[in-house]
Design a protein around this ligand. Structure first.
Ligand SMILES: *Cc1c(COP(=O)(O)O)cnc(C)c1O
Length: 424
């Protein structure tokens, strides 16, 4: 084993360090495998109950009327999330599109959108109109309000009670911290928040941005009262195989509204050819529980390895996980760059290219990204990125297989060692 790692550029001390860390993680990894086992069975049971058959793997063209595979897949998603209905489409281009669709279809002029968990994901600022943008909710007369989390990361229940008003129609709760420094929320915590809100306004539509959270736990937000969950298929539920797509799962009315918006009033879910993409959607979903487990193990391994060497990591090496994102703070640009170079050099695709910081549209500092992915931009595949500014944090996620995640983290650490940025 040591030799094959050596042939990939991992020195003996770094290899040994990795093995030492892993010995301390056996118990946690076993629990992650149990969650994957449970979720794998949940997925298989849903596929069996809805009689997924060979015919479901064929695609339609043109209008896509009576697309058996598409309709069955949506029923399978609804079953897994415990909802009345679901919309799972390649015509939903990404996570932001899925979220925009959910919001634009379920809100009307005069309604207010409310976030009780502070600022939403960056790309939603333009959807909402927090940053002015063509076609935003603000342009259609939909207002927005938010309540920040308390300094300790908990919900500001008094602030939330005071913010709910007669215009509030939809509450959006982001499960994952994304690229912020607040904690990500467990499904149980989300359930508490929804119970509180519904205690005041039983009719409120509670939506959860589920990106990066699917299959991390045995339950999903829709099991604890969410009316709608939304996510991207090039993250967890696509299992690395879906090359595009987004999903919504929830109350029949919410899904119907979204379908009328995605296609057209009057057409809704009835159209939308699946072309040839359904095998990847089904097989990706089938793999998603174990792929998510691999990404979780990779994140926990990274947290423990870097924590041991004095870097601050979020979440820390021992806390429970609510999503697959791991932040490591280096406090210096050279280490951030070295980390990303190491991740890139472990990739199955484009391992020979060296990532460099660049001026990315929409960012106030240069950003460095490592991604050697089969699906462009896929962040369920091993990937890392970070802005070149204080405190020089990298956000690391994914790993379709645990051995690849492990190699990537060892390569990142090796790069820091080789550049004299850390001692091993
Ligand atoms: C990734 C992500 C999004 C947006 O998804 P894209 O596919 O990048 O558009 C929204 N919210 C959260 C929490 C995410 O992680």
């Amino acid at each position: 084993m040591k030799e094959i790692y050596q042939s990939l550029g991992i020195s003996e001390p770094v290899y040994r360090l990795g093995e030492e860390i892993l010995q301390t993680l056996a118990e946690r990894f076993a629990r992650i495998d149990e969650t994957a086992e449970y979720n794998q069975l949940k997925v298989i049971r849903a596929m069996q109950r809805h009689k997924v058959s060979e015919a479901c793997l064929l695609g339609t063209t043109g209008y896509g009327y009576n697309d058996l595979g598409r309709e069955t897949l949506e029923a399978v998603y609804a079953e897994i999330f415990g909802t009345e209905d679901a919309l799972v489409r390649p015509q939903i281009t990404c996570g932001t599109h899925a979220l925009a669709l959910a919001l634009m279809s379920n809100l009307r002029p005069g309604d207010e959108l409310y976030s009780p968990v502070g600022k939403p994901y960056d790309t939603l600022e333009e959807v909402i109109g927090i940053r002015p943008s063509k076609g935003s909710l603000a342009e259609y007369g939909i207002t927005y309000r938010q309540t920040d989390l308390l300094p300790d990361g908990s919900f500001d229940y008094d602030g939330i009670r005071a913010s709910l008003n007669e215009k509030t129609k939809l509450v959006t709760i982001q499960r994952s911290k994304g690229y912020q420094t607040r904690p990500s929320f467990s499904v149980e915590k989300i359930g508490e928040l929804i119970r509180f809100i519904k205690g005041i306004r039983p009719d409120m539509i509670c939506m959860v941005d589920n990106c990066y959270g699917e299959f991390v736990e045995r339950i999903e937000p829709t099991d604890v009262g969410a009316d709608l969950v939304v996510g991207s298929l090039i993250k967890n539920p696509g299992g690395g195989l879906a090359p595009i797509g987004g999903y919504l799962a929830g109350k029949k009315e919410c899904i119907e509204n979204a379908a009328y918006r995605l296609t057209s009033p009057g057409l809704g879910k009835e159209v939308g050819a699946s072309l040839g993409i359904l095998p990847q959607f089904y097989q990706g979903l089938f793999l998603a529980p174990t792929v998510t487990a691999s990404a979780l193990k990779s994140a926990i391994f990274a947290a423990n390895l870097y924590e041991r060497h004095g870097f601050s990591v979020l979440p820390d090496g021992s806390e429970p996980r609510a999503d697959i994102i791991q932040a490591v703070t280096f406090g210096n640009p050279d280490a951030l760059i070295a980390f990303c170079e190491g991740i890139q050099s472990a990739a199955p695709v484009d391992s020979h290219v060296v990532p460099e910081p660049w001026d990315m549209p929409g960012y106030d500092a240069q950003v460095i990204m490592a991604a050697g992915a089969f699906v462009s931009g896929s962040s369920i595949e091993l990937s890392a990125d970070g802005p070149l500014k204080e405190p020089y944090s990298v956000y690391f996620q994914g790993g379709l297989t645990w051995p690849h995640g492990k190699l990537g983290i060892l390569k990142s650490f090796q790069r820091l060692v080789d550049k004299g940025l850390v001692l091993c």
